[in-house]
Each structure stands twice: as C-alpha cells, then as structure tokens.
Design a protein around this ligand. Sequence first.
Ligand code: SAM
Length: 300
Amino acid sequence: MKIAYNRNPEAIVKGTNREIAVFSTDGENIDTEVVKSFGDEWLKFHEFSDKSIEKLSNEYFDVLNDSILNKQSYALDIGCGTGRWTKSLATKAGFIEAIDPSDAIFAADKLLGKIDNVRLSKASVETIPFDDNTFDFAMSIGVLHHIPNTQQAMKDCVRKVKKGGYFYCYLYYNLETRGWWFKTLFAISDLIRKVVSKLPSGLKKFICDILTIVIYMPLILWVRFLVLIGLRNIAKKMPLSAYNDKSFFVIRNDALDRFGTKLEHRFSKAEVLEMMENCGLTDIVISPLMPYYHAIGKKI
Ligand SMILES: C[S@@+](CC[C@H](N)C(=O)[O-])C[C@H]1O[C@@H](n2cnc3c(N)ncnc32)[C@H](O)[C@@H]1O
C-alpha cells in the first residue's frame, strides 16, 4: 500500500527497528526551539504501556468509525512524537506514514517495535514527503497548536488527503466553557510556563517534576477524592479533572508538555470549526467530550 516518497531524503538513518528517512525540516512555519524541546522530552518519556495507549485512544478516537478508518485506509500521522497514537492507529488502518521533525522519531521507532504497517520519516508539516491528495486519513494530535501559523499548517496537512478522505486533529481549547477561577488558575500556570519553558532541558524536566508533585498531584488527588465520595459532577468541573484516571507517568509527561513548551495557541470551538472549513473540510464533528477539542472532517 505504501507509495514512494515524492523526493529523495537527505539521509537514511538506521533506527533500532527500522530505517528512517530524514528530510529537511527548514521552513517558515516551524519553531525550531519547540521541536528541539519535544525531541528532548519524548526521548525521555516514551514508555507508554499498551493499556494506557488503548485507554487514552478510546477518548481521542470517539469520533472515528469504520467508514472513516479501516484496514483499507492509507493513513498519515503528522507530528507523531513517540508514535503512541500511530501504534493505536496501526491496529485500525492498512498502512501508516508517521512523520515528526524532532528526534522523537527515534523514540517512535522503539515504541513501535516490529510493527510492520508503519513507516517513519523525519519531516515537518511543511516538508511532508508525499504528493498532495494521497491519503484516505490524516491526523495530527496535539501538534498544530505548537506551530506558528496553525491555520496554514492545517492546510498543509489537508492538502495531503484525497477527496472524500478524512482529517482528524486535536487542538488545545481556550477554556471558553470554564469559570473565572479556572481561567485565573490557568493564567497563573501560563505565566509559570513562560518562565519554565525557557530553562535548559535538564533543569526544565526537574522543575516540571516538582510542579507535577506540588500542583498537579494535589489537584488530581482532590478530584479523585470528590469522585470517591460520589461528587463526580463537581469533580468534572475541577482543573485537571481529565487526569482523574491517568497514571503518574502520563501526568508527569503532560506536565513537561504543558510547562516545557514555549509556543502554544488555544482556540474556541468556533475557531476550530472555521479553520477546518477554511481547509475545505465538511461534515465536521467536534467531539463534545474531553480532550477539548478533537475533531474530524471530510475533504470535499
Ligand atoms: C505534544 S507533541 C504530540 C506528539 C504526538 N502526536 C502525541 O500526541 O503523542 C507535539 C509534536 O509536534 C511535533 N512538531 C512540532 N512542530 C512541528 C512541525 N512544524 N511539523 C510537524 N510536527 C511538528 C513535535 O516534534 C512533537 O513531537
């Protein structure tokens, strides 16, 4: 099912389980510091268990069904990071091309082991090494909000999808549905992020571990306590309620993701819809469930 690259790679590097073609990631719409930071992050955090991948992928992929994605689908995962969602996708799609501009691609090679319906390439959203109108399904989870021009990056992804194919994305939401106290806590954490994300890699990881213990865990334990005493509806409104059933490993990783990344954009539901429509997508479904916002659209 896999097709040839539309140009020659700059190099082919031997990973642990497969060869990885390396393409230039030069371009206007990429933040190289962010990419480097993700490379460092994912090389440290890549031991996701199959169980945790399955549990989380059920949340992300609630808007998919067999007619959107199946064993005949040629799929593209843009900004695959450790390849955790590529791994989940590998059980549903025919063949997957997974790309990432950072060294995370080598972590993905390890996590994906000997799975043989995946090819990994080091490339960015602007240098996707495949022709336009190639894929039945393309997805980008937690990536486009870390790119300077999210709308342009989304267009670059959707160009690779065939007419009648689907594009799926997860983009940070702008907390539009939350109360003032939630937004205030977020504004404080955002100030912390602006400082922490500028620290050198080792120190950043150390500070993020401390933040996991002093900020994340107390709030999450509070949420768990509310759930335990039967106040699930109140718990759902608390900050970090999404982590109620997540492992400490996932929480640590997300804290590093949250506080360690210099560039992030956040969007309202209406903005997500508008960006997807601007890419020529129709039949757009934005899941009403967490994580906010994940959405799917069909290319016309
Ligand atoms: C938060 S991680 C998400 C990784 C993976 N999708 C996941 O959810 O586990 C963001 C990823 O986007 C990648 N990225 C950043 N800028 C990019 C760009 N311009 N093109 C493609 N990927 C990019 C990073 O290297 C990083 O692996």
